[in-house]
Design a protein around this ligand. Structure first.
Ligand SMILES: CC(C)(COP(=O)(O)OP(=O)(O)OC[C@H]1O[C@@H](n2cnc3c(N)ncnc32)[C@H](O)[C@@H]1OP(=O)(O)O)[C@@H](O)C(=O)NCCC(=O)NCCS
Length: 189
């Protein structure tokens, strides 16, 4: 529904479960997404049932599938959470599940489209995210897009046997409009 250069963000469907499970229980993905606890099919099915019907206004969250624009191949999940009035702010996150699909521009494009959803459709004023201090690739992507570093939660994540800092980044509506005056949706197909 929301289309960029390379990806489309669309509703998550129960039929995405098999694609999600192909990569979800892998340490190299999950170590960047919080404590990597292994999840059963039943657990992920219940999770998908829940997040696929979340509504931004009723629940404060919007979860979307990221698919490759040409082939419609499932790539991962994009989410906006913590949507709150009267603040008009939200927290975003992106994950490209298949490691072979990373580093090809999909994550950057998916985040650009997600920001378009947040600012142009949901009317947000401020969008923030957090990322592990050692997730260099994600930090590179977010800075390239225009997120600013606004702070560090010190030693707040326990990962790989050590307490690590969590970097907080944000972007404001006025900064987004200045950098992307034509918006980030590339076509309406
Ligand atoms: C983080 C993530 C969403 C980025 O998406 P992606 O499709 O891999 O990223 P892109 O291909 O759009 O861009 C990657 C950029 O990071 C750079 N990069 C790659 N590895 C890097 C590293 N080790 N250090 C610094 N930069 C790096 C690339 O050069 C590229 O920049 P460029 O476009 O200027 O060349 C994706 O890798 C992912 O889902 N990772 C696993 C889960 C995760 O970390 N989610 C985010 C949690 S905050």
């Amino acid at each position: 529904m929301y289309t960029g250069e390379l990806v489309r963000l669309r509703a998550l469907e129960m039929s995405d479960l098999d694609d999600i499970l192909k990569f979800y229980n892998t340490l190299e993905l999950r170590r960047f997404l919080g404590p990597p606890i292994v999840r059963s099919r039943r657990c992920m099915e219940q999770w998908l049932q829940k997040v696929s019907i979340w509504s931004p206004w009723r629940d404060g969250h919007l979860y979307l599938a990221v698919e490759e624009k040409g082939t419609k191949e499932f790539l991962g999940v994009a989410r906006i959470e913590d949507l709150r009035l009267p603040h008009n702010r939200g927290e975003v996150g992106i994950s490209i599940y298949n490691p072979e699909k990373r580093g090809k521009g999909y994550g950057t494009d998916a985040m650009l489209v997600l920001l378009g959803v947040g600012f142009e459709i949901l009317g947000l004023n401020s969008i923030y995210l957090d990322t592990m201090e050692d997730n260099k690739r994600s930090i590179e992507v977010y800075e390239k897009i225009g997120f600013k570093r606004v702070g560090l939660l010190r030693e707040t994540e326990y990962m790989d046997g050590a307490h690590k800092d969590l970097l907080i980044m944000d972007i404001l509506r006025k900064e987004f409009i200045e950098k992307y005056p034509d918006g980030t949706f590339k076509d309406s197909q």
